[in-house]
Design a protein around this ligand. Structure first.
Ligand code: ADP
Ligand code: MG
Length: 634
């Protein structure tokens, strides 16, 4: 063993300690995955070396074949994983093996409940990574040297996984990383060639470089033990270059876990080879679960980019639109240059046409999932629905396709789950219905019971109920689907078109006429608070309602803009009343102007409350109401 210098003991970042604890306690039923993770890292390290060596061939240091070796020592109870990839410097090791670099991790960790069962699901959102070594080892040693550094600048990292690690500078002749696992007592089964070989075949067959294990060779009695021979145990070809028909589902799934740094299987994938003007292979995956940082701006996203099988960059963002940022995968181009940069990618017209083709692939894949596996699609929608709703605004060309993938809650279901597609809505629309009706609001409970729905309930017309923060914004980009316009039922002068019979229309006109006097009286009383007063044909049970002007901002948009500090144009609601309601009849017959004023203001405020809005002057509302209550009780 070479001399160690500059020895230090450092503490793990708090989040690492938590993650280690969580991992050791939640993954005990699938211990063998530690090998998959370490091989995955070794393969990444080789990819990085290959890429850096394009511009600095000297990094290859003589150019031995790039590979991974897995070996074991039954007596010492160790398993060793070695690669000749990019390696780590001392600083790299401290940074990468002592902290979790992902942004937002600390916030995420705060959400851990302490309930082992619940928390173990969260590990899927992280990918388990290097620390999974501690599932089977009670001591882990890493010997590494970064390509290009001097042999004297190797690093020796070691830890028992209990809050601290030691780090020292050592000599290391070969570039790359060697990881030695000292197995826990009870885990000796892993120091076995047959077992290791099976795990490699099971999880790492798709790794595109050779993974070697010692050749099993028994020395005959009395003979000298032969020198170590190695044999390749995986297929060692890039998965995405093989024909689809030859690849098993399990292989696709394992490959996803490797590139997606995910612990769970993907929901779906799409593997394609494109030939012609542009030539590329793509393999795209839909994850089963949203990562915790889906809404963080700086969170990593994008595909792994290869150029003619050579890894070029992670998180190439230019190949998919932002609303598909959750898609994981690989794209391998024959047209791009090996020294392509992010900046070039942003401008290259080749990328634009690849982007629109890949976007279509993803949307097709989601369509297929929705059609063939509706239950799975429900899960997808729960995880990614909100992001998909960003689509119509960002991707005008695919608006109709995206709209077809949207799912909504509706008056037809009463659990508030977003499961109704627009196609389904139209398929069961009433005869003569040529519009898609929807209502937006803060919460499901609020919209479900909104007075705006009364006439729809009476006529048995389905209304979509939209309560995500993004919904109003979404609807401002969706004008129609399948030729049918969207209509906000709380907006403007609701026209039910053919859904109202001639008689109903005539009757409505008559009612409006006979109430002209009352309209004027209420107008005079409410004054500036409203833009208009009119008889409603939306209501059956409630006395009054507030409608939004055709061109005015809805409540959600107003709140979003106000919260972001923008000045929002003042808009006044339309007050609509139901002349058949006893309270309105009473109002109409009220001789005292003062009581008329109080009652109409109360009705106005109540209508605002029912719409989920806040009152401009709540104290005045309470005062007026109490005045009436006192008068009632004497
Ligand atoms: P991830 O692979 O998702 O980045 P890991 O926990 O698996 O997370 O690994 C953490 C980091 O440690 C890697 O990103 C890499 O920088 C470094 N690392 C791990 N193994 C190796 C290796 N064999 N060679 C070089 N760097 C490595
Ligand atoms: Mg990893």
């Amino acid at each position: 063993m070479s001399v160690e210098t500059q020895k230090e003991t450092l503490g793990f970042q708090t989040e690492v300690k938590q993650l280690l604890h969580l991992m050791i306690h939640s993954l005990y039923s699938n211990k063998e995955i530690f090998l998959r993770e370490l091989i995955s890292n070794a393969s990444d390290a080789v990819d990085k070396l290959r890429f850096e060596a394009l511009s600095k061939p000297e990094l290859l240091e003589g150019g031995a074949e790039l590979k991974i070796r897995v070996s074991f020592d039954k007596d010492a109870k160790t398993v060793t994983i070695e690669d000749n990839g990019i390696g780590m410097s001392r600083d790299d090791a401290v940074a990468h093996l002592g902290t979790i670099a992902k942004s937002g991790t600390a916030d995420f960790m705060k959400n851990l409940s302490g309930d082992q069962k619940k928390d173990s699901h969260l590990i899927g959102q992280f990918g388990v990574g290097f620390y999974s070594a501690f599932i089977v080892a009670d001591k882990v040693e890493v010997f590494s040297r970064r390509a290009g550094l001097d042999a004297s600048e190797g690093v020796h990292w070691s830890s028992k996984g209990e809050g601290e690690f030691e780090i020292a500078t050592v000599d290391k002749a070969d570039r790359g990383t060697r990881i030695v696992l000292h197995l826990k007592s009870g885990e000796n089964e892993f120091a076995d060639g047959w077992r290791l070989r099976n795990i490699v075949k099971k999880y790492s067959d798709h790794i595109a470089l050779p993974i070697e294990l010692p050749k099993e060779q028994a020395a005959a009695e009395g003979e000298e033990v032969p020198a170590q021979e190695w044999e390749v145990v995986n297929r060692a070809s890039a998965l995405w270059t093989r024909p689809r028909t030859e690849i098993k589902d399990e292989e696709y799934q394992e490959f996803y876990k490797h590139i997606g740094h995910d612990y769970e299987n993907p929901l779906s994938w799409s593997h394609n080879k494109v030939e012609g003007k542009l030539e590329y292979n793509s393999l795209l995956y839909v994850p089963a679960r949203a990562p915790f940082d889906l809404y963080q701006r700086e969170a990593p996203r994008g595909l792994k980019l290869y150029v003619q099988r050579v890894f070029v960059m992670d998180q190439a963002e230019s190949f998919l639109p932002l609303y598909l940022r959750f898609i994981k995968g690989v794209v391998d181009s024959n047209d791009l240059s090996l020294n392509v940069s992010r900046e070039i990618l942003q401008k290259d017209p080749i990328i634009d046409s690849m982007k629109s083709a890949l976007t279509k692939r993803v949307l097709d894949m989601l369509e297929k999932l929705a059609k063939n596996e509706p239950e799975q699609y429900k899960g997808f929608w729960k995880n990614f629905g909100q992001v998909m709703k960003e689509g119509p605004a960002e991707d005008f060309a695919n608006k109709e396709k995206i709209a077809g993938l949207l799912r909504f809650a509706s008056t037809q279901d009463d659990d508030g789950e977003q499961v109704v597609s627009l196609a389904e809505y139209l398929a069961r629309a009433k005869e003569g219905q040529d519009k898609i009706y929807y209502l937006t609001g803060e919460t499901y409970a609020q919209v479900k019971n909104s007075p705006h729905l009364e006439v729809f309930r009476k006529k048995g017309i389905e209304v979509l109920l939209l309560t995500d923060r993004i919904d109003e914004w979404l609807m401002s980009y969706l004008n129609e689907f399948d030729g049918k316009p969207f209509v906000d039922v709380a907006r403007g002068d609701l026209d039910l078109g053919n859904l109202d019979s001639e008689e109903e229309k005539k009757e409505a006109e008559e009612v409006a006429k006979s109430n002209e006097g009352l309209v004027e009286r209420i107008k005079a009383s409410l004054g500036d608070a409203v833009s208009e007063v009119r008889v409603s044909h939306r209501l059956t049970d409630s006395p009054a309602i507030l409608a939004i002007g055709e061109q005015d901002l809805g409540m959600q948009m107003r709140q979003i803009l106000e919260a972001s500090g923008q000045k929002v144009p003042d808009s006044k609601p339309i007050f609509e009343f139901n002349p058949a309601h006893p309270l309105i009849e009473k109002l109409d017959g009220e001789p005292s102007e003062e009581r008329f004023g109080d009652l109409s203001h109360i009705l106005f405020d109540q209508a605002a409350l029912a719409a989920g809005d806040s009152l401009k002057d709540p104290a005045a509302y309470v005062r007026r109401l109490n005045k009436l209550l006192v008068e009632l009780s004497v």
